[in-house]
Design a protein around this ligand. Sequence first.
Ligand code: SF4
Ligand code: SF4
Length: 211
Amino acid sequence: MNRYEEKLKKSPRPKYPFDEAKYDWLPILLDTYHIVDIGISIELPEEEKRRGAKTACHEGCSNCCLNPIVPITPLELSGISWYASEKLMGDLRTTLKKQLLNHTKTSSCPFLVDALCAIYPLRPLACRQFFVFNKPCGWKEDISKTRPHDAWTHSRSIARRAAIAMLPFYSIKKREEQIKAFENGYIAEIAKPMHRFPWEQIYKIMLAFDH
Ligand code: SF4
Ligand code: SF4
């Protein structure tokens, strides 16, 4: 057993038994996120050691959320819809509904509330797996163009594990087909930029759960 598998075994993922029994796609999504989170928890400290510096990413640092180029897949969208409509309560729910209703294709991410992510436990893969070194991103800075050497993500082996966990949702169940789909960039192909999604649809789902 390698260090990744050891840590995965020792760190059970968050569970939502009632909801996981209700939605068969939910365990697939939660497993995928857990694989990436565990991978990051192992590899990011190693990268920080290698660079001799901590990542510039920290709580409340949110310029990346103002640049709505985050890619999102159908499975991740189901997770966001579920979490927003069935788990969020109180003022956060009220504010989020307003933001979803008023969102435009040029707005920042509709889930950014008071500089924090309202759907943090169910935030998309892209929001979990990219980190920046040296200094935080500037206003609407596209780090891939301005300073790609400061951007970091986990290894390809973590990406492969995450893709394999996710692919049964898309009816790709055989291991050899999963490897092929991963190698051919299937997940990136089905992802769409978040800002293109008509977020008022999630607002309507939230409204239906209010009644
Ligand atoms: S990606 Fe950039 S803006 Fe986002 S948390 Fe990291 S440093 Fe801050
Ligand atoms: S989902 Fe959350 S972390 Fe991702 S861009 Fe939106 S507010 Fe930021």
